[in-house]
Write a protein that binds this ligand. Structure first.
Ligand code: G3P
Ligand code: CA
Length: 241
């Protein structure tokens, strides 16, 4: 059955990359969550998508220029009633110990090369003994190859915006167990062949009914979606058992 990963949590209805959004995804019945990580000025792994805090919080400026104690004061739930801080990755991992969700951690280090971020994330995942429920992804493929070198027990999956030739060959060459392509990138035949070669395929960000139906009908490994509730309803319709 196709797994449903809640993109930045249940971000269609809750503030993205917040504990509220992750908890809502779990309550909805998602199989997993996806989240983005970066480093604060003092080296704390924080969960936020953009390099700057401006779009998603009450503050302004680069994540890398905030001390953790200061970034925690910002409100990451600007449109909501209840104030929510930017989570530390550690807080999310602690909460993951209370449930069975899979967690896809995306290293957001394409623009800012946060030194030592992979090591810090690996140490946290190992501290909480969650290696078998974590998937590392990134558009920065050097980063996931590095994470594989230091922690081969934790699965990796390169992110793609554009199509690549024989993605299963590429994945195997970097020891990745999966690929996370943009949903419109790969035709069904390539997705199927990739899966037949033992490589998981988890397209992002699958929000439209027709796109969800397409991936359910080909029994894709997983979809990454903002709306896990819609996906769960459609999965019931298109996949039995
Ligand atoms: O991991 C899939 C997706 O999250 C990658 O794009 O920009 O939403 O982080 P973005
Ligand atoms: Ca992401």
């Amino acid at each position: 059955m196709t797994q449903i990963f809640a993109h930045r949590g249940y971000s269609a209805s809750f503030a993205e990359n917040t504990m509220g959004s992750f908890i809502a995804a779990e309550k909805a019945g998602a199989d997993g969550i996806e989240l983005d990580v970066q480093l604060s000025k003092d080296g704390e792994v924080v969960v936020i998508h953009d390099e700057k805090v401006d779009r998603t919080t009450s503050g302004n400026g680069f994540v890398k220029d905030f001390l953790f104690k200061d970034i925690r004061k910002l409100n990451a739930n600007k449109k909501g009633i209840r104030k929510e801080p930017i989570p530390a990755l550690e807080e999310v991992l602690e909460w993951l110990k209370t449930n069975k969700l899979i967690c896809n951690i995306e290293f957001k280090n394409g623009l800012i090369p946060y030194e030592g971020m992979e090591d810090k994330v690996v140490n946290l995942v190992q501290k909480y003994n969650l290696s078998n429920r974590i998937i590392f992804s990134s558009f920065n493929h050097y980063s996931i190859v590095y994470s594989y070198r230091i922690a081969p027990e934790i699965q990796t999956a390169p992110l793609f915006i554009e199509s690549i030739y024989m993605p299963w060959v590429y994945s195997q060459s970097i020891r990745a167990k999966g690929i996370h392509p943009r949903h419109s990138t790969l035709p069904d035949e390539i997705i199927k062949t990739t899966m037949e070669n033992g490589i998981a395929v988890r397209p992002y960000t699958v929000n439209k009914d027709a796109h969800m139906r397409r991936f359910f009908q080909i029994d894709c490994t997983a979809i990454i979606t903002d709306d896990p509730v819609k996906a769960l309803n459609l999965r019931k319709l298109y996949q039995k058992g």
